[in-house]
Design a protein around this ligand. Structure first.
Ligand SMILES: [Zn+2]
Length: 409
């Protein structure tokens, strides 16, 4: 970074993905494939415009990444688990057995490692889910809930915690009120696991009523399976539209949309778009857990990413499980997850078009204020020695623009 005679700072030879600029015409620069090229001008610590490049462009500038869906309470536990390697139900059983032995030190150590990995990967905002057992007293928060909130307060991340509660446990209105009050106490997100529970409609009604009453964001694990008849996603959209819910709603998985006819996908997508419901696609865990049967899987388990985006639904990507009962491998690294999705979901070049999945669209899905390169403070920006967006996504080293040093601790 060099200081100019007029007091402005300047970074010569920069590429900025055009998908990450809110007003490309005003921002300036010359178009090169999926990027704008120029010298980046910083004024009072903010990126204000691109001017004609004075050297070859070899660095990409982008906003800090956003991770909308991880499980920091469970991560890095696979080494001690028994019976890993089955479907979703088998994974839940294996993880629940391990959970009985969790201590504060254990959760702090594993989740702390996850947070360090997320920071090193360039994340600025993260949402983690935290299991709330359905036989808990709703007013008593789980051990990991308190630990994750403390870790979030002590880190440089904006860390949101979403409770993960079986929708059946929310079907009782008194229980639902108790859970919601406990979650709101720490500004948490109200989340639920929606599968084929017979009481799911009652649970959803209570969830929306409590979220309206307390101003809570909502996040659902929904239809995480390829079994016929899973319909939670449409029920959530119907419930949101019925009450005119004005808050933020994010739905993860929706694998079973892969079973639907095109006309059904279109109808459900239109309801999601109308209700402002965003979808998180989770390739790491879905590729591992879905289509479990005899021999080699031939269904991918991913939701209909292209069709949803095509009908105006906000779509984001998340890591989901990292080295636990749900996925024995994986990384807390949005660029790695995007790279996996490029292959698994056929996200074709120009790759810059897909960067919103781990930045701007992910923030929109979490109900956070927009963060694009133009106008952002240098603390919210990253720089990467990469000559194009493929180079950026596949692993060139990221640094914070404000610190000009590696993010790796
Ligand atoms: Zn999840």
């Amino acid at each position: 970074m060099t200081g100019g005679k007029d007091g402005l700072d300047r970074i010569a030879g920069v590429l900025v993905p055009v998908s990450l600029v809110s007003d490309p015409v005003a921002f300036g620069g010359e178009r090169l494939d999926d990027c704008l090229v120029g010298d980046l001008v910083l004024q009072e610590g903010r990126a204000v415009r691109l001017e004609p490049a004075t050297e070859q462009a070899a660095r990409v500038v982008l906003p800090r990444l956003t991770e909308p869906h991880v499980h920091l309470d469970k991560c890095h536990s696979v080494h001690r688990l028994e019976n890993v390697g089955g479907n979703l139900k088998a994974a839940i059983k294996a993880q629940n057995a391990d959970m009985k032995g969790w201590t504060e030190m254990d959760v702090r150590s594993r989740a702390g490692r996850g947070i360090s990995e997320l920071l090193a990967s360039g994340c600025g905002a993260v949402r983690t889910h935290v299991d709330w057992s359905d036989d808990d007293d709703p007013s008593v928060e789980p051990l990991a809930w308190a630990v994750l909130h403390e870790l979030g307060e002590d880190s440089d991340l904006l860390l949101e915690c979403a409770a993960l509660i079986d929708i059946g446990a929310l079907a009782d209105s008194g229980h639902a009120r108790g859970y919601a009050r406990a979650i709101a106490h720490r500004n948490g997100v109200l989340g639920a696991f929606v599968f084929d529970q017979p009481e799911r409609d009652e649970g959803l009604r209570n969830v929306f009523r409590e979220a309206e009453r307390l101003g809570l964001k909502l996040d659902f694990h929904v239809d995480e399976g390829l079994e016929p008849g899973l319909d939670g996603l449409e029920r959530i959209a119907d419930a949101a539209l019925a009450v005119g819910f004005g808050g933020s709603i994010l739905c993860g998985h929706a694998c079973s949309l892969a079973n639907c006819a095109e006309s059904d996908v279109a109808r459900i997508a239109d309801k999601l778009a109308e209700a402002g419901i965003a979808i998180t696609v989770l390739p790491q865990t879905n590729l591992y857990l879905q289509d479990r049967g005899q021999g080699t899987p031939d269904r991918r388990g991913l939701t209909r990413l292209h069709e949803l985006r095509g009908r105006g639904v906000t779509v984001a990507l998340g890591a989901d499980n990292v080295r636990d009962a749900f996925c024995p491998v994986g990384r807390h690294d949005p660029r790695h997850v995007l790279s996996l999705a490029v292959v698994a979901a056929h996200l074709d070049p120009p790759l810059g078009d897909h960067l919103p999945l781990i930045t701007t669209a992910a923030r929109r899905g979490m109900g956070l204020p927009q963060l694009t390169v133009d106008g952002s403070a240098v603390e919210d920006l990253l720089i990467c020695d990469a000559g194009d967006t493929s180079d950026l996504i596949t692993g060139a080293e990221l640094r914070s623009l404000s610190e000009k040093r590696s993010l790796t601790r």
